[in-house]
Design a protein around this ligand. Structure first.
Ligand code: HEM
Length: 172
């Protein structure tokens, strides 16, 4: 074996020096950048968090009888009516829910009681299938007081329907 062949064999038996050059600082940096780019493409996208929407309010027609179940019992919503408008007062469950100071108004036409500032039973419509309370006998002060409550409710609560007498459900 002459010298040249010996040297070639020597070089061939060396661990590939070219592999070492793959890990130059520049290459490491580039490989890192490449891996990062690939990662940003394939990483699972976080779901876009949309703001939670309020449930849509379905405007319904109630009669004194169909309003009655909305007294807040067993976690049900609390509604009350003022001059034909039904308010969802569930936010004020502490006031109107079971055991609350104004629970007598829950599920009822509260107009007369609010106008007169009274929790008496006779303030509430007795015949749930009869005509609505016309409130025509109220004094000016009482009507003013009632208006005050209505304004407060309009600011604080959503109107979810109207209150009509039985038989008037389909009247405009
Ligand atoms: C001794 C008499 C009374 C006291 C000490 C009293 C006390 C209160 C208090 C502390 C609040 C909470 C106010 C707030 O944080 O917004 C309130 C709200 C209210 N009160 Fe009275 N109250 C009295 C009489 C009455 C009467 C006679 C009525 C009607 C019949 C009435 C109906 C209401 C209503 C409808 C609310 C509003 C609750 C809401 O924001 O949904 N209160 N009362």
């Amino acid at each position: 074996m002459d010298y040249v062949e010996k040297r070639v064999a020597q070089e061939a038996s060396k661990p590939a020096a070219a592999n070492d050059s793959l890990f130059t600082p520049l290459n490491v940096l580039l490989i890192g950048a490449l891996l990062y780019t690939v990662y940003t493409f394939i990483k699972p996208k976080a779901p876009i968090a949309l703001p939670k929407e309020e449930p849509a309010v379905v405007f319904k027609t109630f009669t004194p009888r169909t309003l009655l179940p909305f007294s807040g019992e067993n976690g049900a919503p609390v509604y009350l009516a003022v001059r034909g408008r039904v308010f969802d007062v569930s936010r004020g469950r502490n006031f109107y829910g079971p055991g609350g100071p104004y629970a007598n108004f829950a599920g009822r036409d509260a107009s007369r009681g609010l106008a007169k500032g009274s929790f008496d039973e006779e303030m509430l419509t007795k015949d749930l299938d009869g005509p609505l309370d016309t409130l025509t006998d109220l004094t000016r002060d009482e009507l003013e007081a009632l208006q005050g409550w209505e304004d407060r409710f309009s600011e604080k609560y959503l109107v979810v329907g109207k209150l009509v007498a039985v038989g008037d459900e389909n009247k405009a």
